[in-house]
Design a protein. Sequence first.
Length: 137
Amino acid sequence: MTAGQDHFQWKERFALGDERLDTEHRYFFHLINELYLAIEAQRGEQVLAALYAALRGYTEIHFRDEEAYLAKVGYPELQQQILEHGRFLQHLKEMPMAAPGAQAALAFMRDWLIEHILGSDQEFVRWHQGRGSRANP
Ligand SMILES: [Fe+2]
């Protein structure tokens, strides 16, 4: 792939129809992409550290936010979500900062994210929407 290209693009097919989740997921891809490009371009340690910190900070906020939201609406699969989020965070914490390990770790995280969005998050949105229509017949 050519340098400078976006490798981690959010796509319309990832949209869940929940504006808040979709916006957060889109930003997730953006942060992963930024870090990937910086590693590929062999940017300095400080740049990489700042981008890594942004990704890690956002991940923690997003998961905390999402889990609080799921808890608030009484989602029965919340524990499963917490487990999956924990696995992602673990990978992020352990990721190496140099190529090629760094790119491999980010590719893993992108695939995890896609699977999570299209799997667990989509399940939640379906559940939430179905529940909403039952609550307001
Ligand atoms: Fe999630």
